[in-house]
Write a protein that binds this ligand. Sequence first.
Ligand SMILES: CC(C)(COP(=O)(O)OP(=O)(O)OC[C@H]1O[C@@H](n2cnc3c(N)ncnc32)[C@H](O)[C@@H]1OP(=O)(O)O)[C@@H](O)C(=O)NCCC(=O)NCCS
Length: 211
Amino acid sequence: MKYTYPYCIMIINLIYKSLRRIYNYICQITDHLICWWLFKGNNAHVKSFRTIGTPYVMVAMEGKLLIGNNFSMNNGIKGNPIGCYSKCTFFVDRNATLIIGNNVGISQTALICHKSITIGNFVKIGGGVKIYDTDFHSLNSKIRKSKDDLNNRIEKSVIIHDNVFIGAYSIILKGVVIGENSIIGAGSVVTKSIPANQIWAGNPAKFIRNI
Ligand SMILES: CC(C)(COP(=O)(O)OP(=O)(O)OC[C@H]1O[C@@H](n2cnc3c(N)ncnc32)[C@H](O)[C@@H]1OP(=O)(O)O)[C@@H](O)C(=O)NCCC(=O)NCCS
């Protein structure tokens, strides 16, 4: 069945799309400026980046955030609809180091670094992924009730090697190392390290197959 739109609807559609394009173009410029300011203000070292939307950036005075060339970032629904309205989050605590290599692309990803997170080159991280290197709280119930809770949390470095692809809404937990070229299925919870060239998925993530 062929359906033809009335002429006036087509005109409205055309005007809407043209205005949207102009709006997006202006946003692209302002987003880049705001993001540049956020990185500089947090003493982050970023070689070059492209952004849609603006992230949340918080780097403590003694923390380090280093990002390589060609970094690409989607914040909010315009960048990548899968991640909905969330922003990317870069949280680097005192004495912690977050390193991101060259040609990395992330969407609405939270990188919460209390010790060290290292992401290699050409890594792709899907919408809504969370990567953290700490349990945030002590596992001891008595300490957890006390003021010492935060001083007794476990922290272990996370390493994501080159060319890894992490599916949307996955969680990568403390101490995990993901080998080169490996893929993590959408919605996975990765609790253990994964060798190179394998697909893992599920909660907890399990081996699916070799690539
Ligand atoms: C992991 C993935 C790449 C596997 O794709 P595939 O090779 O075509 O795998 P299949 O669909 O043939 O599934 C193979 C097995 O893995 C399981 N599986 C696949 N994806 C899974 C997931 N995300 N969680 C749990 N199990 C999964 C399947 O159920 C199937 O199990 P079975 O052999 O017991 O039947 C894909 O499913 C995936 O999750 N892609 C991520 C997409 C994404 O999030 N992109 C980012 C957007 S921003």
